[in-house]
Unconditional design. Structure first.
Lengths: 464, 947
């Protein structure tokens, strides 16, 4: 009834520090994660498994039939109606079959076909496990975004990264465990795609901006000297104040952590020390601004992963007036520009992860929230298609150079090995050494899971 | 209280418990629920055994049973939990669950003592156990205190000391009004005689308008209050703040909780409604905003699924906030632990889905309805004569029209009334107006003007629902937002009526109408029409002054889905009449042609002078209409409709429809789940929510009272008697003191469900006034405190929200185009806009909840972002500057200033060393003097932690 009551006469903090031999330190550690921590299990990953995740989010929905899922039938029957019964789509304006503007070519030794949209990724396809049979439950962006990011199509649930942060903690006490690098486009559904839902607030994403101040309030408005002296005064006053106990101690510890973050975060975000070769490799010298932005984000991502950040997500850069991958019209121009922005930087990041030794324990996931229709919307666009789309995974524990699953001959519906987002989540957790059924948090008197009551590990992408 | 004891005391209590009789609900069931139900429960009955029912526990499993009351050795359960080897041991090793020694001891004692099985405590009737016996009875000031003391004595813990007046004062200010005491308020308190000062203070706080603000915010957490719909574009919910202010006024006026619940459930159909004390407007109807604050989607592809999702959220919120039950679990399967079946869920769905929504002109509603009633009476008494005289005068103006008027106005509809294709007919079928501007006109009836010289607009050639031509000029107050951001931008507020809900069968649809208007068929209640997807659900028509059959755009795509029709005139000075809705390849009968008298009306000519009786009629009519209220504020509210039973959806899938489930309240509570009447007492068809409001209190009064009392306790003590404030079901936590809970609940009902009486009683108890560990203030109290001490607080109550102050980090679709002020114009946090996709970062870091479902218990996190906000947020620095400026101006020297800021910020005087620290800081000019000091003082933990 009175959880915060201490049933002895309360001490002022001053008295308590005087009377308890352990004093500050003991409380600081105990209190770092107070609050609603019911049901938490400490879950560390066994050796050989992923320690961290890099989530490359292709906002808007990349067309599977123009990227990783070649469909010769589209060339043959271009301009004809699709002979399948198709459900209603977002704009309900789909016409006849539309052939892909891009040629597919086999990549690497595996010969997995990838379209000319992604020549650089194609060169590294031997490292990827391509899933051609992913599905979503929602044909609208916002639902599908919440679903992909939180396992539920609605606002207010904890995001993947929050579950990671909650379940696995952070490796670096001076940096947040879950960081989203905002390339310029926050997906529909907004920042709630990265929220902590009912998990404690410490698990929500820290969104780093590509320009200006990195995160809110990270830049002191005072000079370092003045801030130091203000904090000295605060420390002195906290030392003799009338409130005490674990929560207050944790709050004091957080003040110190915040102070350290002020220095640590800008330091890791400062890429000026990287060599010109590295910068060039990531596309930082490109004449195409979105590629420069995305390249910078990729480089930053590698630095954050190196520093032990548990979950890093990249959002897409804005491509002029064109809106991310969501090409309801002018597929050719829009997809080409979006691909140009990400293809080389992603390839560079994959190489760099290998070069820096991060590859072995970093899981890389590349996906949109759904795919696109094989039929044209209007004359030259494609509408949303949640019934079958492509994604890929790579890195720690992921089988190399495989294709899993199949869509029908037009690329609309999955016909072999249908997977859903819950399966993706289960697989990602599995690769971290975590059983998705056991990562739970008690809320509403229920043990909540990222995968709710669903999810099967996609064994076909596992290395062993 | 047991849950709350410190670690040592928990152990003591457990040891104690083994000796005292074991209580099934408190001690046994939670162990079974946590460890056994997963495999031996409603879903899975491994080995044919279920442990969630009495029958299951005692069931003969083939010569043996899990539990044989009183016989430990014969009980399989005992062997399995205490004696069996690893292979047979329960719970199994790989389940990740295990029983502690204490838990095994409890189960042993339970079996030995006869394995008593009890009904769940939350659903049992309230019982008064009388004051418990305590040794130190002089200490208790209230029965409540005796309960507290009894628990304490039983646990052998020592009594904490009473908090000082200063500590109590700061605590009670935050708890009751959410603001810290100012120096003046503090002085007033200490000026009171010692023995009366606390009672005086509580009364004065309960009288403060800030009381309602504080407690409204608690309730808003439970109804996922937001001013936007979230989703992709975060579209505004027009005038959502009126619901917020309704809660504030309700609490300030201490309207009974029972009444406030009834108004939220059925405030639109409560008769009579509660009227605003000062302004006389309809307050009750504002309560129904409760249902309309959830997420909504602008172009859902699957409208049935969308409605099912929205309904699930509504029931989730209703269940948790009012009943403390997780009803939404039953959407896909019978509730695993609580007595809520999937049929119950769909029975409730029908109740909730049968009403539609609108922006109600609540200020004018009652007055204009009264005028409509008076006009109807006048028409009955004098309308016939006035009409006859009008016809006579017209006839005389042109000699060539012979015969009586009836020959010219025949109702062609008579021919077709029996036809199946006629889906709705005025005069035959029900309709619901949104305000007083509509009436049902009968064939031949004259639509009068207020001008006796030219007395008629039109003679109706057919029965029709008519937007009265004399009700032009209805307009929203400037405070209200009328402009719709959807495609439905014809100003429907107070000018709309709806028809009953029907199932669409794909056939072409027609309506017989006259005028320039809009017809809207919200399929599956989808109203947020924006984007290309559902444009066919509305149609704009203009019949150029004739009665015509107008075809609605094809609704073929919605075959099998439900819709009703809404009609509204478009444009100033327009009136419409709606006679019928039909389906089929063509209309069932021809539209009535322009009769000779109506033709006459179109060509103005001199009429002979009206008689004195006609003058009297038109004069009275004009007088009545002169009183109509044209301007009114708007608010989201329900508009009732006919009852539509929701088909059962197998596993919650809209694609797997079964038979409709009759609308009803939960079977467990209502005597057998009695079906809801489909008519109001006045005979009008209804959704049945009025019945729901009655059933709630007739059948689950005890639960509602317990849930509410516990919420109040939670807010006053930092944790509820039942810790899981939103779940009083079998998986909720057992009350730390069930007798106290019932005692308070009974007192609450007896007081007429008075929130103020309950708070007064608790706040003046000895228990409330004890020393406690520090509690962190919540988000709003922290921001409001910063403003209070700086002097920047604007204490105005109510009104439209202050726009969100946007930082560079608040990005994404639907970002507002206009930015709000950094300090929120000094208004209390309650009055800052709540935008689902753009919540206020400064409040979020202190655990302001995401408004998606009921949140009765906010998390209290402890994160570096909190320190960063206090250290570096420009708002804090701005307020520190304001604070220091005021202090420098008001007090002559630093010693006096430091004492003042200490009293303001921490509610106490500074100690000597604290003074020294401050003097040292001020002595260094580079520190920024008083601005720097005030900024630092906001960062001291005592500012956000209250003892």
């Amino acid at each position: 009834m009175f959880p915060e009551r201490t049933f002895c006469n309360p001490l002022s903090r001053r008295e308590m520090l005087l009377r308890t031999a352990c004093g500050f330190g003991a409380f600081a550690f105990r209190g770092l994660n107070p609050g609603n921590m019911q049901g938490r299990e400490t879950l560390s990953s066994p050796p050989g498994l992923a320690k961290r995740v890099l989530f490359l989010y292709m906002d808007g929905g990349v067309s599977q039939v123009d990227s990783f899922d070649p469909k010769p039938k589209l060339d043959a029957e271009h301009g004809q109606p699709i002979p399948l019964e198709v459900p209603r789509t977002q704009f309900d304006d789909v016409g006849t079959l539309l052939k892909s503007p891009w040629a597919f070519r086999p990549g690497g030794e595996s010969g997995i076909p990838v379209s000319d949209l992604f020549p650089n990724i194609r060169d590294r396809v031997d490292d990827l496990a391509v899933i051609r049979s992913m599905t979503s439950q929602f044909p609208e962006h916002t639902f599908a975004n919440y679903f992909l990011h939180t396992g539920t199509g609605f606002q207010g649930r904890p995001s993947m990264g929050a579950w990671w942060s909650y379940g696995l903690g952070t490796e670096n006490q001076n940096l947040p465990g879950y960081i989203v690098l905002d390339g310029g486009l926050i997906p529909p559904g907004g920042l709630d795609c990265f929220g902590s839902g009912f998990l404690p607030a410490e698990n929500q994403a820290t969104v780093l901006q590509s320009s200006g101040s990195l995160i809110p309030n990270i830049q002191p408005l005072d000079s370092e000297d003045i801030q130091n002296r203000k904090l000295d005064l605060v420390r002195s006053l906290d030392g003799v104040g009338m409130v005490s106990g674990p929560r207050v101690e944790a709050s004091i510890a957080n003040q110190e952590k915040a102070f350290r973050m002020q220095a640590a975060l800008p330091q890791v975000a400062d890429i000026s020390g990287e060599s010109d070769t590295v910068k060039k490799m990531y596309g930082l010298e490109s004449d195409f601004e979105p590629e420069r932005i995305y390249g910078t984000q990729c480089l930053l991502a590698r630095r954050l992963l190196e520093q032990g950040v548990r979950f890093v997500q990249l959002t897409c850069p804005a491509i002029g007036a064109l809106d991310r991958w969501d090409q309801h019209t002018d597929l050719k121009d829009g997809h080409a520009k979006n691909a140009r922005a990400v293809d080389r930087p992603i390839a560079a990041l994959l190489d760099d992860l290998k070069g820096t030794g991060l590859w072995e324990d970093t899981l890389v996931v590349w996906t949109g929230e759904f795919g696109r229709t094989p039929m044209a919307q209007g004359s030259d666009g494609r509408d949303h298609n949640p019934h079958g789309f492509s994604m890929w995974m790579a890195g720690a524990g992921v089988k190399k150079g495989v294709v899993v699953g199949e869509t029908d001959e037009y690329g609309y519906f999955v016909v072999d090995k249908p997977f859903e987002i819950h399966d993706l989540h289960a697989t990602m957790l599995h690769l971290m050494g975590v059983d998705h059924k056991r990562l739970t948090y008690r809320f509403d008197s229920r043990d909540m899971r990222l995968t709710d009551v669903h999810g099967h590990v996609i064994k076909e992408v596992l290395e062993s | 209280m047991r849950v709350a004891l410190s670690a040592l005391l928990v152990v003591l209590a457990v040891l104690q418990r083994v000796e005292e009789p074991v209580d099934f609900l408190r001690d046994v069931r939670p162990i079974l629920a946590e460890n056994c139900f997963v495999c031996h429960g409603p879903d899975d009955r491994k080995g044919g055994l279920r442990l969630d029912t009495k029958a299951g526990v005692l069931k003969d499993l083939g010569g043996y049973a899990a539990v044989v009351p009183g016989d430990l050795e014969e009980s399989e359960m005992w062997w399995r939990i205490a004696k069996a080897g690893t292979a047979d041991r329960m719970p199994p090793h790989d389940s990740g669950k295990s029983l502690s020694t204490e838990e095994v001891a409890v189960l042993r004692q339970w079996i030995e003592s006869g394995a008593e099985w009890q009904e769940h405590w939350g659903f049992a009737p309230l019982r008064d156990f009388g004051a418990p016996e305590v040794r130190n009875f002089r200490w208790a000031q209230d029965v409540m205190d005796a309960y507290f003391l009894g628990e304490l004595e039983a646990g052998g813990a020592s009594l904490p000391s009473d908090a000082s007046d200063s500590v109590w004062l700061r605590r009670v200010f935050f708890d009751v009004i959410g603001l810290p005491p100012t120096l003046q308020e503090r002085a007033e308190f200490f000026a009171q005689p010692v023995e009366h000062r606390r009672a005086w203070q509580v009364d004065s706080l309960l009288d403060s308008p800030h009381f309602g603000e504080r407690w409204a915010r608690h309730w808003l957490d439970l109804v996922r209050y937001s001013g936007t719909w979230g989703h992709e574009f975060d579209i505004e919910i027009p005038n959502a703040w009126e619901y917020r202010d309704w809660v504030v006024r309700g609490f300030n006026a201490d309207v009974s909780w029972k009444r406030l619940v009834e108004e939220q459930v059925a405030g639109d159909i409560l008769d009579p409604p509660r009227l605003n004390i000062e302004e006389g407007w309809n307050e009750s109807i504002l309560g129904t905003g409760f249902w309309l604050l959830g997420e909504e989607v602008h172009a859902p592809v699957d409208l049935e699924k969308d409605l099912a999702d929205r309904t699930a959220n509504k029931l989730d919120v209703m269940g948790k906030s009012i009943l403390g039950m997780t009803l939404a679990c039953a959407r896909c399967h019978d509730h695993k632990f609580d007595p809520v079946s999937s049929r119950d869920y769909y029975a409730l769905s029908g109740l909730v889905q049968s009403a539609s929504s609108r922006q109600v002109r609540f200020q004018s509603l009652e007055k204009n309805k009264d005028i409509r009633r008076a006009l109807d009476v006048l028409k009955t008494e004098q309308g016939g004569l006035a009409r006859a005289e009008a016809l006579e005068r017209l006839r005389k103006s042109r000699q060539d029209i012979g015969g009586s008027e009836e020959e010219h106005v025949e109702d062609p509809r008579d021919i077709a009334l029996s036809e199946m294709s006629l889906m709705w007919a005025a005069g035959r079928d029900a309709w619901w107006p949104d305000g007083g501007s509509y009436f049902l006109g009968k064939v031949g009836e004259a639509l009068f003007t207020t001008d006796a010289a030219w007395p008629v607009h039109h003679f109706l050639p057919v029965d029709a629902v008519v937007h009265d031509p004399d009700w032009q000029g209805l307009r929203p107050a400037t405070k209200s937002r009328a402009v719709s951001i959807t495609n439905l931008n014809w100003g429907s507020e107070g000018r709309t009526f709806r028809t009953p809900t029907v199932v669409l069968d794909g056939e072409p649809l027609w309506y017989l109408v006259r005028g320039k208007g809009a017809a809207f068929a919200p399929v599956e209640h989808h109203r947020l029409v924006r984007g290309p997807l559902h444009l066919n659900t509305f149609h704009l028509f203009d019949t150029q002054g004739k009665w015509e059959w107008v075809q609605h755009p094809s609704l073929q795509d919605y075959e099998g889905m439900r819709a009703h029709f809404e009609f509204c005139p478009r444009g100033e000075g327009e009136w419409i009449g709606v006679a019928a809705i039909a389906k089929g390849e063509k209309p069932p009968f021809p539209a009535p042609s322009q009769g000779p008298f109506n033709q006459l009306l179109n060509t103005p000519r001199a009429l002979e002078e009206p008689s004195s009786r006609a003058l009297d009629f038109h004069g009275k009519r004009k007088d009545l209409l002169d009183d109509r209220v044209l301007e009114s504020r708007l608010a989201p509210a329900l508009l009732d409709g006919n009852g539509v039973d929701q088909p059962f959806l197998v596993r919650g899938q809209p694609s797997a429809k079964e038979d409709p489930v009759p609308r009803a309240f939960l079977k467990r509570f209502a005597g057998g789940g009695e079906a809801t009447p489909s008519e109001l007492p006045n005979g009008h068809p209804t959704s049945g929510r009025l019945h729901l409001a009655e059933a709630l209190f007739r059948d689950s009064e005890a639960l509602i009272a317990r849930v509410f009392v516990n919420r109040v306790w939670h807010h006053l003590f930092g944790a509820g008697i039942v810790k899981t404030t939103d779940n009083f079901g079998t998986l909720g936590s057992f009350p730390s003191n069930p007798n106290l809970l019932d005692h308070l609940a009974l007192g609450f009902i007896e007081s007429g469900w008075s929130l103020k009486s309950l708070i007064r009683r608790i706040a003046l108890s000895r228990t409330y006034g004890l020393e406690r560990g520090p509690r962190r203030l919540d988000a709003e109290a922290i921001r409001d405190s910063i403003l209070t001490v700086s002097g920047g607080l604007d204490r105005a109550v109510g009104g439209p929200p202050v726009k969100v102050h946007l930082t560079d980090f608040m990005v994404g679709r639907g970002r507002p185009s206009a930015n709000g002020p950094l300090d929120g114009a000094g208004r209390r946090s309650l009055y800052l806009e709540v935008r689902r996709n753009f919540l206020i970062p400064f409040l979020l870091v202190w655990d302001f909840p995401q408004p998606s479902t009921s949140m009765g218990r906010r998390s209290v996190s402890n994160i570096p972002a909190q320190a960063l906000a206090l250290m570096n947020d420009p708002f804090v620095i701005q307020q520190a500057n304001l604070w220091s400026g005021r202090i420098l101006e008001t007090y002559p020297d630093d010693a006096a200033r430091i004492e003042a800021v200490w009293l303001e910020a921490y509610g106490r005087r500074p100690a000597a060393d604290e003074l020294d620290f401050c003097f040292d800081f001020l002595a260094e000019p580079a520190n920024g003097g008083w601005q720097g000091l005030c900024h630092a003082l906001y960062n001291v933990k005592e500012f956000v932690y209250v003892p």
